[in-house]
Design a protein around this ligand. Structure first.
Ligand code: XMP
Length: 327
């Protein structure tokens, strides 16, 4: 590799379907030249970048691609199902689905420190992926959804999206077809490859998933409250047309309870916090001024549909001083 192999070459910004088609055609040639008859492994999280890499590789080398989707139990509602539906059922990819939820949640039991939680999730992810990689024979290449900002900035990290830290015998040759693209270009390419809008225009989702939104030590019950309330929020945002306009929106459930009443009895239950922010670079962020009727509708649905919850709050805090996530 030359010294400048990490510098974006002179190229037009990919803003149109035509430019995306041109990029795709070039990449198909380059990928076939690099991979030949070899087999390629890809950790497919369902995020925009790994999804676009998968779609490109399916076109380039078809069944020579082996996708592994690790469900760490911290995915949003319906997310793993969508990965299976799109890549295995519709695009015919080789896909190994690993339901590792119990493994992750057992390791995380009682761990309240956010950095410790991230470390456990990252390390366990590598371990599960490594186990799956060892079961597959003749792998020569590891594909990754690295994009240009990952190379030039050390900004908000994708700590375990990119599978670093594999042992020596699993250090395959890297395949990184998106490494000179910006996020908006990746989306244009994904659209041209026929991926669904819900995948291509997906809001950012942290590697540790819902784990950092189930604040403190994760319990299955509170995690379910995060997942169900997040699903309701996403559904209502989509219905209101906010899903493509608001940068990031999610719910958080802190490990506190407050008194409420249900069926005439006092019951302690959790609050659900709604967070919806806009930002350019995630270094600062402003709160989305939501319409009152929409907040009321989301509140009623969460209180009616999510067990263990008796209050809904709207997080009004910009970044700084708050961060976007709660931990
Ligand atoms: P904060 O909370 O630091 O988040 O304002 C800025 C952006 O980074 C995302 N984020 C993460 N992404 N692994 C990730 O891949 C992480 O551990 C992580 N923590 C925060 C966050 O969702 C927001 O988009």
């Amino acid at each position: 590799m030359s010294e400048n192999s990490n510098k974006r070459p002179e190229m037009e910004r990919i803003t149109t379907p035509e430019l995306a088609e041109k990029f795709i055609a070039e990449q198909l040639d380059a990928l076939r030249a690099q991979i030949g008859e070899g087999r390629v492994l890809l950790a497919l999280s369902g995020g925009v970048d790994s999804s676009v890499v998968a779609a490109l590789l399916i076109r380039a080398v078809g069944k020579q691609l082996e996708c592994v989707h690790v469900n760490h139990g911290l995915m949003r509602k319906g997310e793993s199902e969508q990965v299976i539906e799109v890549f295995q059922n519709q695009l015919g990819a080789n896909l190994t689905y690993v339901d590792a939820a119990d493994r992750f949640l057992d390791k995380l039991a009682g761990v309240a420190d956010p950095e410790q939680k991230r470390k456990i999730i990252g390390a366990e992810f590598i371990r599960v992926f490594e186990e799956e990689a060892r079961k597959l024979e003749g792998i020569g290449f590891l594909a990754q959804g690295t994009i240009y900002p990952d190379i030039v900035e050390s900004g908000p990290v994708k700590s375990h999206h990119n599978v670093g830290g594999l042992p020596e015998d699993l250090k395959f040759e890297l395949v990184e077809p998106l490494k000179f693209l910006y996020k908006d270009e990746v989306r244009v390419v994904g659209k041209a490859l026929g991926l669904p809008d819900s995948m291509v225009y997906r809001q950012p989702f942290p590697g540790p998933g819902l784990g950092v939104r189930c604040v403190g030590a994760i319990t299955r019950e509170r995690l379910a409250a995060v997942r169900e309330s997040d699903a309701i929020l996403r559904e209502e945002f989509a219905a209101a047309g906010l899903d493509k306009r608001v940068w990031q929106y999610f719910t958080v459930v802190p490990p506190v309870t407050s008194t409420g009443v249900r069926d005439g009895r006092r019951v302690d239950a959790w609050p659900v916090v709604i967070r919806a922010v806009n930002t350019r670079d995630a270094m600062t962020a402003e709160v989305e001024p939501l319409d009152w009727p929409l907040i009321q509708k989301i509140t009623s649905r969460i209180l009616a549909e999510v067990p263990g919850v008796n209050r809904v709050l709207y997080d009004m805090s910009p970044k700084p001083p708050a961060t976007i996530e709660w931990e």
